[in-house]
Design a protein around this ligand. Structure first.
Ligand code: CA
Length: 470
């Protein structure tokens, strides 16, 4: 009898530990969201109370970087555990052919017995085209137990709309596509893809609360078109939008390859339209934040806060007029840095200034949930940072676009265009010049720093390409 009792106590305690090491994962990703738009990252105009509340109970990372500054490569990278150059993925296709039978991040959890679900955009999806159709995009079906697309009207939503891009005389009516359009939409949140995604996520949390789940919830705002129900626009009258400083001669020291694909100039946006773009972006962020709030409320109501790790991030950052650049792709700070908040039950809230990459999510979450961490993963397990925010795993974050490479260190940001550097380079002293106005790459004084970075970049790329995929 005593043995039985002891065995049951031992067994119970082992089960208890097992339970302790096992969590649900709620992964929330916004599309094209710059950290600088969030109030918990210091924005004083845009209001994001729900994301702020998550930051207040989790660890907020101030130096998190994406691995590719646009949807396709960024998402393919953190979902597979490889840098974009390892899977030769700089476009918008599914990474599956490149990884063969290797498990993606959600698939790794599925293989461990988790119920895994995708709600809306996790792998790449065209916005707004794919959302209007409600199609799967470049999804990876085997990653998920179930998947749900969230069709929405996007720029066709009834309301007051205006095309800001390529419309200098204001004669164009509201036109869609991947373009700067604002729509103050009639009706409520549920008209739109993100409103439907939040509702589906809430439903799945309630339905699967008694089993382990990995739930990926993708919101498409603030990706263009800037469509949100009218009340979200009210706090942001465009006349009051503040634009970043315009510095005379700002482009003179930026190599041609570093001038972003969207600029105030080539978009033909005057200052009024630029202000409307900022207001539309903020309204879209506020709308997305409200949807995050609904999902977090559902988690609390299901009494799952104590057993669920919540992650909030974006696939890359965004320019809102800095250097007269707009949108993504640039390797400057606004575009390469991402918001990242990780909340783990029982851990103290903190702000962590160590470098992390989105690539770290796969090994870190596997480790936190007691799953095997596959050796092949190119990211790092940063879970120790959640106990000790001073812990570091790398000296530099690494990020690419189709044309160039970024190495971001404590003191420097180094951007090189073309692998041989033949298309120019940018070097910024991030302590003295955090807004990146003065490119030092051509200054004789910094020749050694530049040479050092050239060598570090070559070594990094060699390392990235040494993988098990060929
Ligand atoms: Ca994106």
């Amino acid at each position: 009898m005593r043995w039985l009792l002891l065995a049951s106590v031992l067994c119970g305690s082992a089960l208890g530990q097992e339970r302790e090491r096992s969590y649900n994962v709620l992964f929330i990703i916004s599309d094209d969201l710059t950290a600088t738009a969030l109030s918990c990252y210091g924005n004083e105009v845009c209001e994001t109370p729900n994301i702020d509340a998550l930051a207040a109970r989790g660890v907020r990372f101030t130096r998190a970087y994406c691995q590719g500054t646009y949807c396709g490569p960024s998402r393919a990278s953190f979902l597979t555990g490889y840098y974009p150059h390892a899977i030769r993925m700089l476009g918008y296709k599914s990474p599956r052919p490149k990884i063969g039978d290797r498990a993606t991040w959600p698939e790794h959890f599925k293989n461990a017995g988790y119920y895994t679900a995708r709600v809306s955009k996790i792998f790449h999806m065209g916005v707004p085209g794919g959302i209007e159709k409600g199609s799967d995009g470049a999804d990876d079906p085997r990653s998920w137990t179930e998947r749900f697309n969230c069709q929405g009207p996007e720029w066709k939503a009834p309301g007051a709309g205006e095309t800001l891009e390529g419309n200098p005389d204001g004669k164009k009516s509201v036109v869609g596509g991947n373009t700067f359009v604002v729509v103050q939409a009639d009706g409520d949140d549920l008209v739109h893809s993100d409103g439907k995604a939040a509702a589906k996520a809430c439903e799945l949390i309630a339905k699967h609360k008694d089993e382990r789940f990995f739930l990926g919830v993708g919101f498409v705002r603030p990706h263009v078109p800037f469509v949100a129900p009218r009340p979200y626009y009210d706090p942001f009258p465009f006349e009051e939008s503040e634009l970043p400083p315009k510095v005379k001669g700002d482009w003179d020291d930026i190599p041609k390859a570093g001038i972003n694909y969207k600029t105030s100039k080539n978009m033909k946006m005057d200052v009024v339209r630029q202000k409307k773009a900022v207001a539309g972006y903020y309204a879209s962020v506020a709308f997305m934040d409200a949807q995050v709030g609904k999902v977090l409320t559902a988690l609390r109501e299901a009494e799952l806060d104590d057993e669920t790790i919540v992650i909030f991030t974006s696939d890359h950052g965004y320019h809102l007029g800095e250097h007269d650049f707009w949108a993504k792709v640039s390797l400057h700070e606004e575009s390469a840095a991402v918001p990242l908040i990780i909340s783990v039950p029982g851990k103290d809230p903190a702000v962590c200034n160590s470098f992390v990459e989105l690539l770290d999510l796969y090994p870190t979450l596997a480790s936190l949930c007691g799953l095997e961490v596959p050796d092949r993963l190119q990211g790092e397990d940063v879970s120790r940072m959640l106990d000790d925010p001073r812990h570091t795993v790398r000296e530099a974050a690494f990020c690419v676009n189709g044309k160039g490479f970024l190495l971001r260190e404590d003191d420097w940001a180094y951007i090189q265009y073309a692998e041989d550097g033949s298309k120019g380079a940018e070097l910024f002293d991030m302590n003295k010049d955090p807004m990146q106005y003065t490119n030092l790459a051509q200054e004789p004084k910094y020749r050694e720093v530049v040479e050092g970075f050239r060598a570090k970049l070559a070594a990094k790329l060699k390392d990235v390409r040494e993988n098990d995929l060929d």
